[in-house]
Write a protein that binds this ligand. Sequence first.
Ligand SMILES: NC(=O)c1ccc[n+]([C@@H]2O[C@H](COP(=O)([O-])OP(=O)(O)OC[C@H]3O[C@@H](n4cnc5c(N)ncnc54)[C@H](OP(=O)(O)O)[C@@H]3O)[C@@H](O)[C@H]2O)c1
Length: 255
Amino acid sequence: MDLGLAGRCYVVTGASRGLGYATAEHLVADGADVVVASRSQASVEESAATLTANGTGHAVGVAADLAEEDSAERLLDAAAEQFGRLDGVVISVGGPPGSSATDATDEQWRAAFESVFLGAVRLARTALERAEAPISVTFVLSTSVRSPIAGLGISNGLRPGLAMVAKTLADEHGPRGHRVNVVLPGRIDTDRIKELESGASDPAAVREKAIAGIPLGRYGQPEEFGAVTAFVASPMASYVSGSVITVDGGATRSL
Ligand SMILES: NC(=O)c1ccc[n+]([C@@H]2O[C@H](COP(=O)([O-])OP(=O)(O)OC[C@H]3O[C@@H](n4cnc5c(N)ncnc54)[C@H](OP(=O)(O)O)[C@@H]3O)[C@@H](O)[C@H]2O)c1
């Protein structure tokens, strides 16, 4: 299927590795130009070089911490300067630290709010306000939008609200042709998941238990998640807006 990405331009954050990178990989492979962002200039430059070498479109790396106020403008300026247009933003960011809701400190809540919540809202809002033609905004959140995940109290607290902000933005900007959607990863085998598991006394047992709750009987691969997210962001999904799409091998216990 041709996603219609040739010559289009996207900004993808959290894209030096993991789910953001996997999404950028599909976008660039199918001909889009992409500004890839993460906090580390060296990492995004390396990622951009690999994406460009293997893809049809081009990627450039820009260091940007979503928690910082000027990141949204800088990333959108980079897309305008490098590629002269904007067709979408895909917003992924490092997840909040693992903790129960009881034990999470005020400082952990504040830090997570600044990057995971406000950083994402600010980039979405700024892109929608600046766009001269219809764009797509795609938030990478978590199945904690639908059901709490044990040991991820901050994620359980912030993600459902973010999903509702996305829905609200879809209402507010739909009349100008903009689409806003949310994609929910379940257990996709990235550094984030390995890091969370490594905090347990028996990481292999944690993984085994998690897999037992996944109807497809395995963790997802980043490229499986990236394919769905690239589709949602692409013009091929032109009538999908205000939607929440789950990519979890069937694990979530609700529709
Ligand atoms: N993998 C899963 O199964 C899964 C499941 C549910 C939810 N999620 C959520 O999906 C998101 C992406 O997960 P992932 O597995 O791709 O994580 P990951 O492998 O840890 O990658 C995170 C990416 O975000 C970047 N990043 C971290 N903090 C940032 C910040 N403040 N500003 C800009 N970029 C930042 C990292 O690069 P730098 O360190 O260079 O900044 C990296 O490129 C996370 O929010 C995670 O909680 C993932």
